[in-house]
Design a protein around this ligand. Structure first.
Ligand code: MG
Length: 293
């Protein structure tokens, strides 16, 4: 965990502020919230951290409509965080597209598999959270790109990624043992879904960035539930926070379940799996009795 640290210059941010004397007197949460366009729930009943593809975006239109409507109606009680492999541009396009089903912007976004943290409303990166990740990434791409070019079975993804590299993989050609030489340069190589490779600053992932965010916001971990479906969600589940592995989780993630003490394996897929998990952890009173459509 990186934790709250002094501010450094961050690329990709619209604004960068230095910590002035008044800043140093404020609490971490107050310093963090200065950079948000809308205030967060001051005393939430639940902090819901959802992966997108295969999780919050999975389910029938009618179920998704109901879950998105509930999140929109309970904005002051449920602090909602997207935690996704998508970059901010992709999240913005998704929000525009899914507005027809009632999906609203979350309070916060952890994007780029943990390498970006942004205001959910404006999708502006938050310097206090991003600066330490930027520092860890500095110079890494230049070192590992020449090595990655020599490994068969990798094709660069056309993404505007920040503080990471993203590849599609051919699992029949990729020898994952060759990634050890890449990781020797201060990065982690994360293969998920037998389809994707993310090259991340060492130690940075969805779980580490979520724990840092909770530290900044001084939130009670007992209020947090995470949900996901693929191997890049494993780091969230390994934090020990209450977590929901949705029923449609990829097989490699499901195999990790015995080592995950606080992760509930839902039978239901996607949005229905999230609700099943919330009931399991005692948060059902926030939406039950679920209104019939
Ligand atoms: Mg997913």
């Amino acid at each position: 965990m990186i934790g709250p640290v002094p501010l450094a210059r961050v690329s990709g941010c619209r604004s960068v502020w230095g910590p002035g004397p008044a800043d140093r007197l404020r609490s971490p949460r107050a310093r963090f919230e200065r950079h948000l366009s809308a205030s967060l729930p001051s005393d939430p009943d639940l902090v819901l951290v959802t992966d997108l593809d295969g999780t919050l975006l999975e389910g029938t239109d009618s179920t998704r409509r109901r879950v998105y409507g509930w999140l929109a109606a309970e904005r002051r009680r449920v602090l909602h965080v997207f935690c996704t492999g998508r970059d901010l541009g992709s999240v913005g396009r998704l929000l525009a597209r899914e507005a027809a089903l009632g999906l609203q912007a979350p309070h916060l976004v952890i994007g780029d598999v943990g390498c970006t943290v942004a205001c959910g409303v404006t999708l502006t990166p938050l310097p206090l959270a991003v600066a330490p990740i930027e520092a860890l990434w500095h110079g890494r791409a230049e070192r590992v790109l020449p090595l990655l070019k020599l490994i068969p079975g990798l094709s660069p993804q056309p993404l505007s990624t920040e503080r990471r590299l993203a590849y599609g993989i051919d699992p029949h050609r990729l020898d994952t043992r060759r990634l050890a030489a890449v990781e020797a340069h201060g990065v982690d190589c994360l293969v998920s879904g037998d389809k994707y490779l993310d090259v991340l600053p060492a130690g940075v992932n969805k779980g580490s960035s979520l724990l840092d965010l909770l530290a900044w916001l001084e939130l009670d971990r007992r209020l947090v539930v995470t949900a996901g479906d693929s191997l890049n969600d494993l780091a969230m589940f390994e934090t020990g926070l209450q977590s929901v592995m949705v029923g449609n989780a990829e097989a490699a993630l499901a195999r990790a379940l015995p080592g995950l003490a606080r992760t509930y394996r839902a039978d239901a897929h996607g949005c229905d799996g999230i609700l099943e998990g919330l009931r399991h952890f005692g948060f059902g009173h926030l939406f039950d009795p679920w209104p019939e459509p």
